[in-house]
Ligand binder design. Structure first.
Ligand code: BGC
Length: 263
């Protein structure tokens, strides 16, 4: 069994576990610490070290980040501390952990996991995973190959970032009923469908646990819409998958999945 460690850095918690890559499942029960606030690099790196050191893991570590990641560098930070912008995050995590580290966008990680082990397994053509949480994350696949950092949560809808209107945080913020929120999600899906004509859309993120409350409310459309299957574990599994695909040049730090294929 090949085991790589995966860490999912989320708005409320930082969760990690060794991952069984052959089966796409956690090899041990995950460990979680609260995400520090403010969520600047130093505090988050400390919290990540605490999660990884909870286990006796020696080997590559993959980490998710809720922003654009290119070659291990974090480039944007829409919903986290702006101190991440421009940071060589893979190198920083690698040094702090003393292990090879790979950093990948959070939605891309979830997408890798779903396309390989979950709702998108064996599905050819254009497959899009959308995560509805604090923001809206996206992972775009063509015949199983990831196009990283698509950032479709920032498509413009009614003059605003779509995620400001249609994320699950927007539902909370505006105290929207499920039907009212579903209308906004439909408007967003219209836009995405028009631009990308996906054959399959996988709905992930925390709210996908309650998919039966809103997926049936969405209008009929050409695109098949299904809930994510790995739920809470998709980020951890996908981060570990990204790390297993990265070939560190020096043995410390990592290249990031941004320039690598999804398979
Ligand atoms: C970020 C994306 C991220 C998504 C979900 C957006 O605000 O720009 O990079 O994937 O939130 O966390």
């Amino acid at each position: 069994m090949t085991t790589v460690f995966g860490v999912d850095i989320g708005g409320s918690g930082i969760k990690g576990a060794p991952v069984d890559l052959d089966r796409g499942v956690l090899a041990q029960e995950r460990h979680k610490v609260l995400t520090p606030h403010p969520s600047g690099p130093d505090a988050v790196i400390d919290a990540v070290c605490e999660v990884v050191r909870h286990f006796d893991h020696r080997g590559p570590v993959g980490l998710t980040f809720p922003g654009v990641v290119v070659d291990g560098h974090t480039r944007t930070a829409a919903n986290v501390d702006k101190g991440w912008i421009g940071l060589d995050a893979a190198a920083r995590f690698g040094e702090a952990l003393g292990l090879p580290a790979t950093v990948v966008n959070d939605a891309d990680a979830a997408g890798l996991a779903e396309v390989t082990h979950g709702a998108g397994r064996g599905r050819p053509g254009v497959v899009l995973l959308l995560t509805f949480g604090t923001g809206i994350g996206s992972a775009l696949f063509s015949d199983g190959v990831l196009v990283p950092n698509t950032e479709l949560g920032h498509l413009e809808m009614r003059g605003k970032d779509a995620e400001r209107r249609a994320s699950s945080a927007a539902k909370e913020r505006h105290d929207l009923s499920w039907p009212k929120w579903a209308e906004r999600v439909d408007e967003y899906l219209d836009l995405v469908e028009m631009l990308f004509s996906p054959q399959l859309v996988i709905v992930g993120g925390g709210v996908s646990r309650k998919h039966e409350k809103f997926l049936p409310l969405l209008k009929d459309r050409r695109t098949e819409i299904v809930p994510a299957q790995l739920r809470n574990d998709a980020g951890i599994v996908g981060a570990a998958m990204a790390a297993s695909r990265a070939v560190p040049a020096t043995g410390s730090g990592g290249g990031g999945a941004g320039r690598r294929n999804a398979r």
